[in-house]
Design a protein around this ligand. Sequence first.
Ligand SMILES: [Zn+2]
Length: 252
Amino acid sequence: MIIDAHAHVSPTSYGSTPRYVEVLKQSGIDRGVISPGGMIDVRRMNDYIVGAKRPNDAPPNDYVVSSVEGNPILTGVACVNPGDPQAVEALDRCLKKGLLGLMVSPLVHRFTFLDDRMAELSTLCGERGVPVISHNAWRPGANTVDYVALARKHPRTNFILEHMGAAPADMEATEAAAELDNFFLETSLGNFMHITETVKKAGASKVIFGSEYPLSHPAVELKKILLLEIPGREREKILGENIRALMHLERA
Ligand SMILES: [Zn+2]
């Protein structure tokens, strides 16, 4: 079973759920893990990185919940703002509605992995058996080293770092995946050499296939994994078994 572990959906022309489901079918991918999107118009991503545009900071969690209810091949992940005093309660509500993880976005929300509320959110995810998911944000407190420190403090919670860490070859991310049982790297937008080297050093059980739809196409991201020169058993872990175990998904 092939699972795309990282996609964003939003009620937009470029990233809607029906469009994503269609792209999964075209790509030969069985299931997808969706999180709220549209807070940044990814067609103009650099405007947000340089500060010319500000993100819409309200994650469309309800859109994800309703998308999952209508599509058995989809699993949903919540997004909350760790800077919001009500963030823990907001995550709890989303998990009770059936979402199976927490994505935080340090590009959209101004927080750091060192914040007390990030610790509370991580604890809740550990108690509920769902993963914490984030990208690196290229600023103090929100870099790979800070995310690794958070994972180290919460050994009962699983952490996924998107995009194989900071581009183009984040050795801190690879070393953390090799060392920590609860630290995983997700492959979307990551380059082929870094994925290859990480599988060698950290093992296939620590690498998770994802697409970062709609910014990238799931079939394009899948090709990178299909080209890895590894045994079929290892490829199955990367393509679906690892995320299935982390989110306790049933076999389709
Ligand atoms: Zn993403």
